[in-house]
Design a protein around this ligand. Structure first.
Ligand SMILES: CC(=O)SCCNC(=O)CCNC(=O)[C@H](O)C(C)(C)COP(=O)(O)OP(=O)(O)OC[C@H]1O[C@@H](n2cnc3c(N)ncnc32)[C@H](O)[C@@H]1OP(=O)(O)O
Ligand SMILES: CC(C)C(=O)C(=O)O
Length: 512
């Protein structure tokens, strides 16, 4: 059998993934994900859209300065200022820096959005690629909404941008519209009708509006695409992007019928998925392929019997292959530091001795009130104890009374700028009363945009994890809090978001 063809994995969690509502990340958060993508050994990571904001520029720059190994891409529209700004951030990655420029090519987009003719679009694309190629030979061009583009025009622009210096040409299904057979035919059409196509890598970038992004990406690979653009947990605009873990494990698992491989270290997939959830607060549905909580769980007796006899009866891949330690050590109050550290490491945390000690103390306290400590509990502890911002606001004590008769009342004692203060407030419910009390004590003029609660582990002794999104003067911040008492978890999440807002206010715009 001939050697399988290598498919390049272009991760765009930090760019298209970040375009998911609610997924905006701080520079530090983007850097943490970037380190995890580096460990996973993706070929290219798209770190952001540098012209979009000072924060995104700084994030791309920091990632370009810090990450070794993968190529670092930055997106730009097809104009001089975007391209110049992108390179200003990417230049720190040297020849691993990739300028990714794009323009829409479908009639709908050209007519209604760009208000440009075909000739103008080709001219703009060629000019952009030439400008980018003046900075680096590593230039990617995307024909936005390619699948709804007339094929002869798509072939014309692809040929023109390759002549102008594009070394990767992306054929996105921007709106998740295509079907596997059709997408296969589009890629074959380009292979057969663009004379210089072999000078560039064909890339595919699929959205999931019809739930077909992975199927379409695999069809395109069969047709000759050499790069797949994807995101961790499939996050992204609207219904999301092609999921990295699904396409990578699909290729790894079905080499018998698809002779392709990737260089992704799949054993880091689970940790990466969890890290992204912890940072964004966007939870993975339990039945999500590969990384969902039920992806390797068996409930039905016939399945359990089969798996006990031979795992491959109902498991097409091993949990270990994505970094799920099946024989995991059960952590509880009798566990020591060795097991604790081993579990943190397998979850992808690389903590200093001091941070491990802090987390260990919290772990022991939790283990006193909870029989078993699960991975989700550890995530919550790390989020709460380690990934924290300077605490201008601290929760000292709280008490809430509610029920079907009494007016829900929250009594909260906090430290605000070192001063201890206390109030009691009536609300529409216990959470509402708690949030109102904290808001009063903090004196902040914030608006609650989103609140979600998750019992992050099963059973009545579950840790509750809450996520809160607050907005102040157009700036949004996500806060997270975990506690066995769900109302206390909500209060902690609210205060965590307030502290993040306060820490942002202290910075200059360039730090953001
Ligand atoms: C399919 C995708 O995912 S594409 C990437 C989408 N991602 C984002 O948009 C996130 C980041 N975006 C942003 O921060 C902002 O939209 C910015 C900074 C890029 C631009 O902001 P603004 O200058 O205020 O423009 P706005 O977003 O309102 O409109 C887009 C403008 O870009 C033009 N445009 C859109 N795509 C392109 C392109 N590929 N090349 C050149 N111009 C383009 C539009 O025609 C419009 O031009 P106009 O202002 O002359 O009418
Ligand atoms: C910029 C391009 C690659 C994109 O995100 C899309 O078309 O969905």
């Amino acid at each position: 059998m001939s050697e399988p063809k290598k498919i390049l994995i272009f991760d765009t969690t930090l760019r298209d993934g970040e375009q998911s509502p609610g997924a905006s990340m701080t520079i530090e958060e983007k850097l943490r994900i970037a380190h995890q993508l580096e460990k996973m050994n993706v070929d290219v990571m798209e770190a952001g859209f540098p012209i979009a904001s000072e924060g995104d520029f700084e994030a791309v720059k920091k990632i370009a300065q810090t990450i070794k190994g993968p190529q670092i891409a930055g997106l730009s529209r097809a104009n001089d200022k975007d391209i110049d700004r992108a390179w200003e951030a990417l230049k720190y990655a040297g020849d691993r820096g990739r300028i990714h420029t794009f323009i829409a090519t479908s009639d709908i987009h050209m007519k209604h959005k760009l208000k440009m003719t075909e000739d103008e679009v080709v001219e703009t694309a060629v000019k952009a690629v030439k400008r980018a190629a003046g900075y680096t030979p590593n230039v990617e061009f995307s024909a936005e909404d390619a699948v709804r583009t007339r094929l002869p025009f798509l072939a014309r622009i692809v040929e023109a941008v390759i002549d102008a210096g594009a070394t990767t040409v992306n054929i996105p299904d921007t709106v998740g519209y295509t079907m596997p057979n059709e997408y296969y035919d589009i890629i074959r059409y380009l292979k057969e009708n663009v004379p210089n196509i072999e000078r560039a890598v064909i890339s595919v970038h699929c959205h999931n509006d019809l739930g077909l992004s992975v199927a379409n990406s695999l069809a395109a690979i069969r047709a000759g695409a050499g790069q797949v653009e994807c995101t961790v947990n499939g996050i992204g605009e609207r219904a999301g992007n092609c999921s990295l873990e699904e396409v990578v494990m699909g290729l790894k698992t079905r080499q018998d019928i698809m002779p392709y491989k990737t260089d992704v270290v799949t054993e880091h997939i689970y940790a990466t998925s969890r890290l992204l959830t912890t940072i964004t607060g966007i939870v993975v549905q339990p039945n999500k392929a590969i990384v969902g909580a039920n992806a390797f769980a068996h409930e039905a007796g016939i399945h359990q019997h089969g798996v006990l006899m031979e795992k491959s009866t109902y498991e097409i891949m091993t949990p270990e292959s994505i970094g799920l330690n099946q024989n995991k050590l059960v952590l509880g109050k009798h566990s020591g530091r060795h097991a604790f550290i081993q579990r943190l490491e397998s979850l992808g945390y690389d903590l200093s001795k001091e941070d491990i000690e802090k987390a260990f103390v919290r772990f022991k306290a939790l283990a006193d009130v909870k029989k078993e400590i699960f991975d989700e509990d550890l995530d919550a502890i790390v989020a709460d104890e380690i990934i924290r911002v300077p605490e201008r606001y601290k929760l000292l004590q709280m008490n809430v009374s509610s029920g079907s008769f009494a007016a829900p009342t929250a009594t909260v004692q906090m430290e605000v700028d070192g001063e201890i203060c206390k109030t009691a407030v009536i609300g529409d419910g216990p959470v509402d009363a708690t949030f109102k009390a904290i808001k009063d004590l903090s004196g902040c003029d914030v608006r609650l945009l989103h609140f979600s609660v998750g019992a992050i582990t099963g059973g009545t002794d579950a840790q509750g994890e809450c996520t809160v999104r607050l907005e102040e003067q157009g700036r949004e911040q996500l806060g997270q809090g975990a506690h066995p008492d769900i109302i206390v978890a909500a209060a902690k999440a609210y205060i965590n978001a307030l502290n993040k807002i306060a820490s942002l206010q202290k910075r200059t715009p360039v730090d953001l």
